[in-house]
Design a protein around this ligand. Structure first.
Ligand code: PLP
Length: 380
């Protein structure tokens, strides 16, 4: 199998699994316990927190562990607007992941005015819409990079336009792949996740800037400084930190490798497949994603391409776990101005450090062949 769905999830690294094992098997003490094994678990968690904070230029006290990106996004949006009552209006980019869009819609139903920020053809938030949002008690949520197209948002510029609002960013796709520096970006809140960077599934974190009075969305015990209740999953936290350490250490090398694979895919697909549209911008995009759609999408079905690729041994998707299998047009591509037919027929190739040039060549040949067959003899 050729696995090209690394923006959905990645293979766990061996060193991550090894770091986790003792905390799954022998060291099962509760980190809140005052006995020796509980204290060892506490030390392991705090050392992981310190490593993750350092990786984004944050203070360890600003990092709160959660079950992943979805929970971090939900907790931040809902707590800022409800439990912490810091904001009374909300703005989110049209291309946000559903883990931001759906809580935003829920809050709107509960009476929080919601603005949807338009994006341009490359998926970037159109400047000039933000001025009216530069007021206190406002939360603006713009993702760092998009999971379907890889488009990177100009977050630092956005921050300069709205110094008075709270700024949240979903950095699930960027953390560990490109530099994420909370000071340089000027964000107040950030969401991130381990399983996109060869860490375990079910663990993530949120960055909450020091000085913000954040009240827990998930209530229960007093774990995580009273900001996220629930017994800490020590093994997952230790695995997350190990994945982050390697990602930071090898960032340049991995990015160069992935970027060269994506450049190759771009060139071959453009050369070999007529009437193809590349929806990933060639500048300011993640190094590991290429999103393509087909101009005659009313005649070829995106799901059929993905299924045929699966039969040929290549795992790809359209980029959004929530819509795959349901034939819905991608809200991201629609927001970028693509017609509904084309937004339904996109294919996302997402590579990792494990992907080889041979796999990319084979995938492009298979894709080209499938598209030709689906278009039939009438085309060309
Ligand atoms: N946000 C983005 C941009 C994502 O790509 C994903 C995962 O697909 C999530 C949030 C959800 O993260 P998790 O799977 O850790 O809940």
């Amino acid at each position: 199998m050729i696995y090209l769905d690394n923006s959905a999830t990645t293979r766990i690294d061996d060193d991550v699994l090894e770091a986790m094992m003792p905390w799954l098997r022998d060291e099962y003490g509760n980190a809140s316990g005052i006995y020796a094994s509980g204290r060892r678990a506490r030390v392991a968690i705090e050392s992981a927190r310190t490593a993750i904070a350092a990786a984004m230029n944050a203070h360890p006290a600003e990092i709160i562990f959660t079950s992943g990106g979805t929970e971090s996004n939900n907790a931040i949006l809902k707590s800022v607007c409800v439990e912490s009552a810091l904001a009374e209006r909300l703005a989110v980019a049209a291309t946000e992941h559903h883990a931001v869009l759906h809580p935003a819609e829920t809050l709107e139903h509960q009476g929080v005015p919601l603005t949807i920020l338009a994006v341009d053809r490359s998926g970037r938030v159109v400047p000039g819409q933000l001025q009216t949002l530069n007021v206190p008690r406002t939360l603006v949520s713009v993702m760092h990079a998009n999971n379907e197209t890889g488009t990177i948002q100009p977050l630092a510029e956005i921050r300069r336009e709205i110094p008075n609002a709270y700024l949240h960013s979903d950095a699930v796709q960027t953390f560990g792949k490109i530099p994420v520096d909370v000071q340089a970006l000027g964000v107040d809140f950030l969401s991130f996740s381990a399983h996109k960077i060869h860490g375990p599934k079910g663990i993530g974190a949120m960055f909450i800037r020091k000085g913000i009075d954040f009240k827990s969305h998930q209530q229960g015990g007093g774990q995580e400084r009273n900001r996220r209740a629930g017994t800490e999953p020590v093994a997952l936290i230790v695995g997350f930190a190990q994945a982050v350490r390697s990602a930071i250490e090898q960032m340049d090398e991995r990015a160069a490798h992935m970027r060269s694979l994506i450049t190759t895919a771009r060139e071959i697909i453009q050369m070999e497949i007529p009437d193809v549209r590349l929806n990933t911008p060639s500048d300011a995009a993640l190094p590991n994603i290429l999103n393509v759609s087909f101009v005659d999408a009313d005649r070829i079905d995106g799901e059929a391409i993905i299924q045929s690729m699966d039969i040929a041994g290549v795992a790809v998707s359209n980029g959004s776990a929530c819509v795959s299998g349901s034939q819905q047009p991608s809200h991201v591509l629609l927001a970028m101005g693509l017609p509904a037919s084309e937004s339904r027929a996109a294919v996302r190739l997402s590579v990792s450090k494990y992907t080889t040039p041979e796999e990319i060549m084979q995938t492009c040949a298979i894709l080209s062949d499938i598209v030709r067959k689906l278009r039939g003899a009438t085309h060309n």
